[in-house]
Design a protein. Structure first.
Length: 577
């Protein structure tokens, strides 16, 4: 048996005073549910159960006090329903956990305000527009249909006109069932011309898919997607709808949503929290748009911030609420006009690069920031933006991973500053990013004054919950100190290894020198031997030369002496000389 339908009568007039046409619609719903073996659920005020049963005899009446609106949401979370009908122009609760149909028969708060009480007029001015946008089905009269489309931008495909003939109510009910089971596909938006966010007309080819602006050096897609590609409709269809997280991420070989919800919490979320604490005191209101699984919202709330997330997909918003018990709004932000100017901080991590027109989007979100509020953004950074695609490929640069169709604009440090300045955030403080390929900045309309660690640590010591956040931060600091110490040891080790290599090279050179010295010493010994032999030979030669000289001198003397002739020789021989 499928889930039943619920009708919320608690936010309108007394059940006994309900308009006859509306009574007929609710009675038809009651008959339909009973005919299918189900019981219509009717929420009413305490004490009006009998009047509610008079409208829907077979219904299950659930009394809920006016001041307990969240109880309707809690009941719907605990008891599955396939549709919630809100018959008094306002979706109640605004963040319905089940598909909702809202009956908006007229826009009297705009066309005929004098017909309404001041309280009802104020309520409708604030609530009717967001209700029309957030409802899966809008029920209205023929004369009001176009006004709802024009005034609130509601797609015509989700508006059902209620027949004036009560006999045709069954046709309306069947149309509602068809809209629930077979939601109409969104129409494709117009193509968009490739252009840089800064408005410069000149660009150059960077890669097969990207152009580079010659003015600010931003990279932007050569063939951007259609204007409405990022819109997720009330049926969770669209590029960033349910399938983006549960199918597309797997196609990219990225971690699952469940895996990321755990890994991010103990890694980048803690790092982001430390940056937030350095600029905004706990207790302030924070909106994280593009919160995904909601872990950072949860950590900020743990630290004492009034943090809220915003996501485009109803399924992902529900995942975040269920996983971390945090409040998550469903985009677009324009659905919540009552929140304009109410946030102290806007946070967007890995979001800006997905915007078709980042300036226009930032201007939209800036309307929800207080005048002295700050923004904290993380987005990929194209460092050294004059580099070529070929250079990135040759070096295997990690930035290449960011060049894909989801990243429409990839900024550098200067172009991000320009963009923020154009939106009014002239004060920018650049922080070290968690990942080296990102840029991480704090921006504001006013001067940014950092908060000292001693001050925000004192704030975190005030409550048990905040102490837990401080303990997580301390863990991050411990890990950071360990990483720094490890890096220092690795640096020292690298220096020692380099020194050891030098010493080893010097030892080899020393051995070579020693071998060379030994060779030279052997050569020197041989030369010394040769020298000694030469000296002996020289001495002998000198002695022989001296003896020859003496003999020659003696002969010369004999030849020159008296009687040196033949007679003298005979006489000397006779004398025995």
């Amino acid at each position: 048996m499928s889930a039943p339908i619920a009708v919320n009568l608690r936010s309108g007039p007394a059940a006994a005073a309900i308009d006859p046409d509306l009574r007929g619609m609710i009675a038809a719903l009651d008959r339909q549910e009973a005919g299918q073996g189900r019981r219509l659920t009717v929420f009413c005020r305490p004490g009006e159960e009998a009047a509610a049963r008079d409208v829907a005899p077979s219904a299950l009446c659930v009394p809920i006090a006016d001041e307990m609106a969240e109880s309707v949401r809690g009941y719907l979370l605990a008891h599955p329903h396939r549709l919630l009908l809100c018959p008094f122009s306002v979706l109640d609760p605004m963040e319905s956990p089940v598909p909702a149909a809202t009956w908006i028969p007229n826009l009297d708060h705009e066309s005929s305000p004098e017909r309404l009480t001041s309280a009802e007029l104020s309520r409708r001015k604030v609530m009717v527009g967001p209700s029309a946008v957030r409802s899966r089905i809008v029920l209205t009269l023929p004369e009001t249909r176009d006004a709802i489309v024009d005034r609130y931008g509601v797609p015509p495909r989700k508006i059902l006109v209620v027949p004036t003939d009560a006999g045709e109510l069954d046709t309306l009910l069947r149309a509602m069932e068809v809209a629930l089971v077979h939601p109409p596909a969104a129409s494709a938006g117009p193509a968009r011309t490739a252009a840089c966010w800064c408005g410069a007309s000149e660009s150059e080819t960077f890669s097969p898919d990207y152009l580079r602006c010659k003015e600010c050096l931003t990279l932007f897609l050569r063939q951007p997607p259609a204007e409405d590609f990022a819109q997720v409709d009330e049926f969770d269809q669209g590029f960033y709808g349910r399938d983006y997280w549960f199918s597309h991420q797997k196609d990219l070989n990225l971690p699952s949503l469940e895996e990321r919800s755990r890994a991010d919490l103990s890694g980048r979320n803690v790092y982001w929290l430390s940056a937030l604490l350095q600029h905004v005191s706990p207790g302030k209101r924070v909106l994280e748009f593009g919160c995904a699984h909601g872990s950072f919202v949860a950590l900020m709330r743990q630290a004492g911030y009034q943090a809220t997330g915003l996501e485009m997909s109803a399924a992902i918003a529900a995942f975040a609420r269920a996983t971390f018990d945090v409040p998550v709004l469903q985009a677009p932000i324009d659905r919540y006009p009552e929140l304009r100017g109410s946030f102290d901080v806007l946070v967007a991590m890995d979001v800006l690069e997905h915007f078709l027109d980042p300036v226009a989007e930032l201007q939209r979100y800036a309307e929800f920031l207080k005048p002295d509020g700050v923004c904290i953004f993380q987005t990929p950074c194209f460092y050294q933006p004059t580099r070529s695609w070929e250079e990135l490929q040759r070096s295997g640069d990690k930035f290449l991973a960011h060049l894909h169709a989801e990243h429409i604009n990839l900024m550098n440090e200067d172009s991000l500053r320009r963009m923020l300045a154009r939106v009014g955030f002239g004060e920018v403080r650049v922080l070290p990013p968690f990942f080296g390929y990102d840029q991480f900045v704090v921006a504001s309309r006013q001067a940014i004054t950092p908060i000292e660690p001693a001050d925000y640590e004192a704030a975190l010591l005030q409550t048990p919950g905040r102490r837990m956040a401080l303990a997580i931060l301390d863990g991050l600091m411990f890990i950071k100190a360990a990483e720094d110490r490890l890096a220092a040891l690795q640096q020292t080790s690298a220096a020692a290894a380099e020194r050891l290599t030098i010493l080893q090279q010097q030892a080899v050179e020393l051995e070579q020198l020693r071998a060379d010295i030994g060779s030279r010493e052997a050569e020197l010994t041989g030369l010394r031997s040769q020298l000694a032999a030469a000296q002996v030979a020289a001495a002998q030669a000198a002695a022989a030369q001296a003896a020859a000289a003496r003999a020659s001198a003696a002969q010369t003397a004999d030849a020159q002496a008296p009687g040196a002739g033949l007679f003298g020789k005979v006489m000397r021989r006779m004398r025995g000389q």
